[in-house]
Structures are given as C-alpha cells and as structure tokens.
Design a protein around this ligand. Structure first.
Ligand SMILES: NC(=O)c1ccc[n+]([C@@H]2O[C@H](COP(=O)([O-])OP(=O)(O)OC[C@H]3O[C@@H](n4cnc5c(N)ncnc54)[C@H](O)[C@@H]3O)[C@@H](O)[C@H]2O)c1
Length: 316
C-alpha cells in the first residue's frame, strides 16, 4: 500500500493517478478542510482532466485522511520553500513529515521524497532525522528521491507522458520505485543516486530561469535602444542553433521562481549567473509597470493606479 502525503498540486494528482492504475493508495494531508472536501467527492483545484481522474480513483478505492497510516511506501509531496534570507531550501515540512512516518511505518518501508530539494538536502536533513530515531537506512528504512516535473495546466497529460528520475541508495529499491511509477508513467524513468536526482531536478528549473532571464535582459537592452525586442528575437531565432525565449512580466509558479535560489543559497560564490538571473526575473514586474506608467503618461491617461500597484509590490 502507498501513502501519498501532501495532497496539493503534486500529491493529489499523483495519488489519483496511482490509484486509478491499480495501486492501493491512501492520501494524507494535515489540512482537515482539504481532506473533508476530497472526502465529499470534490477536487480542490481546477485542472484539465482532474475531475475525471478523481472519479476513476474513487471508483478504484482511493482513500483520504489526516492520519499517517501503516504503508509499504510513503511518497512525500509537501512544500519546499526557500529561506528568504539565506536562499537555501527550507526542508522543515519534509523533515516533519518523515518524523510522522517513523511513528507508524513498518520495518523495511520505503520513503520517497517527491518534493523538490537541493543537492544533499536528503543527506543533511532527512538521513539524520531517521538515524536519530535509531533506524538504519537501507535496512529498516529505504530512502528514494523521485522529483516531479509536471506543469500546472497540463498536469494529467504530463504525469503520464513525462520522463522521470528516481534516485536511490540501492539499485533494487530504485527499480521497485520505478516499477511503481511505471504503473501510470509512459515516459522513460532513469534510476540514479539520490544526490544526482536532487541536483538534476534543481538544474532543470535553473536552466529555464536563466534562459528566461536572458530574454528579459534583452528586453531591457532593447528598451534602452528603443528597439523592438520581439523582432530581434525573431530574427536571431532564424539562426539554426539559437532559440531565445520570449521576455515577460516576471516568473511565477512553484518552481522556476523558487528552485534556482537553492543553488544560490548553497553555492553563493559559484552560482553567479543564477543569482543575477533570478534578480533580473524578480525585477521584471517593476520594469513592466514602469513601462506601462511611461506609456500612460505619454498618452495622457490616468496613471495613479500604477503607482499604487508599485507601492503594493514594494511592500511585499
Ligand atoms: N506545483 C508544481 O507545479 C510543482 C511541480 C514540480 C514540483 N513541485 C514540488 O512539489 C512539492 C509540493 O508542491 P505542491 O505545489 O504540491 O505544494 P502544495 O502547497 O500545493 O501542497 C502541499 C500540501 O502538503 C500539505 N502538508 C504540508 N506538510 C504536511 C505534513 N507534515 N503532513 C501532511 N500534509 C502536509 C499541505 O497541507 C498542502 O496541502 C514542492 O517541493 C514543489 O516544489 C511542485
């Protein structure tokens, strides 16, 4: 039996997907209202295909609870924010979840951390939390990191079709978790070690953040020169080996605006390009508002609302 802990954007569709593909699943969340909503037969957010997936999973027997049940495999999909000051990953939700699991799990259970974490988070935070309770990792408890890649808006499709990474200390355990995900995932599943899985997940989102920052920086340079950045990018992308992204008003979401900071926090003297990229992206809302303000002023429109929005952003 699999217990998926944290029934948010990642945990809920994962639990539903496994359940509707023949895996016995109990989903746990400590948010009583969220669990009550699911138990009433309603989903907690909108997503293409989620309601149908939910119905199939309920028919297949998925259960929801605020408790931590006895299970063979625990999948942790709780938040991993970054510390605003140090920029390092804040693993407190993951560690708190591991401690709850240890109170109930049988000998030989496997804990899969799906939450995104920076390289060595599992070594620094999760292993000590397990070993301090007297468990031997690899004997009493197995550890796996299986990060998720899905994007809100296309989750159900991507859960099935994306490639995945499974990091484990032990090849046989890695293969058994690969088999579990293979119940629904048609993509390629690479089995590697935990640190490689941690690093590759964070690097993927960092690649995206840096490339978005490049497009945003071009927008700023072109504005300075009063040139059309979209036309410049269109022409550059006609080169066979150039593929510049589009600039935009900033980066949101759970991943690209968060995960690259983990590398800045962990490697402050090395992650220079990443640090500047994140600052460039974070500055875009202000840049865009300034531009709107300039245009409204030029056209004699009432721009006071822009000043209000800017001061609200500054207060955050
Ligand atoms: N949202 C995405 O698009 C996305 C994509 C890939 C990876 N991720 C990663 O997946 C992880 C989860 O993200 P999310 O977007 O699903 O978060 P979320 O905030 O939507 O959901 C997390 C859930 O965990 C629950 N929770 C927290 N601590 C708990 C505990 N100790 N016991 C039981 N429940 C607990 C919360 O109540 C919440 O419902 C994060 O590490 C995130 O970086 C997210």
């Amino acid at each position: 039996m699999v217990n998926v802990i944290g029934l948010g954007y990642i945990g809920l569709p994962t639990a539903l997907m496994m359940a509707s593909h023949g895996v016995e699943v109990i989903g746990t969340d400590y948010n009583k209202d969220l669990v009550a909503t699911l138990m009433e037969g309603k989903t907690t957010f909108k997503e293409d295909g989620l309601d149908e997936l939910f119905k199939n999973a309920v028919k297949a027997g998925v259960k929801f609870t605020t408790e931590y049940p006895v299970a063979d495999t625990y999948i942790i999909s709780v938040p991993t924010p970054y510390d605003k000051f140090s920029k390092k990953v804040d693993a407190c939700y993951v560690v708190a979840t591991v401690k709850e699991i240890l109170k109930v799990c049988p000998n030989g259970a496997t804990i899969v951390v799906e939450s995104t974490v920076s390289p060595r988070t599992i070594d620094k935070n999760v292993r000590p939390a397990i070993e301090d309770e007297g468990y031997k990792i690899g004997k009493d408890i197995n550890l796996v990191h299986a990060p998720e890649r899905i994007i809100p808006g296309n989750m159900v499709y991507e859960l099935i079709h994306n490639n995945r990474t499974v990091g484990a200390d032990n090849r046989a355990i890695g293969e058994s978790i690969k088999d579990l995900y293979s119940s629904f995932c048609k993509g390629e599943i690479v089995v590697t070690d935990i640190k490689t899985a941690e690093m590759s997940k964070v690097v993927e989102n960092t690649f995206r953040a840096v490339n978005i920052a490049f497009a945003n920086e071009l927008a700023k340079i072109c504005r300075h020169e009063n040139m059309n950045v979209y036309e410049i990018i269109r022409i550059c992308n006609m080169h066979p080996r150039v593929n510049i992204l589009q600039p935009g008003p900033g980066v949101g979401g759970h991943c690209i605006s968060v995960d690259p900071w983990f590398l800045v926090g962990d490697y402050p003297t090395l992650a220079k390009v990443i640090d500047e990229s994140m600052k460039t992206n974070d500055n875009m809302p202000d840049f865009v508002l300034n531009r709107i303000y300039e245009i409204m002023k030029e056209k004699g429109l009432n721009w006071s609302v822009i000043i209000k929005v800017q001061s609200q952003i500054a207060r955050k």
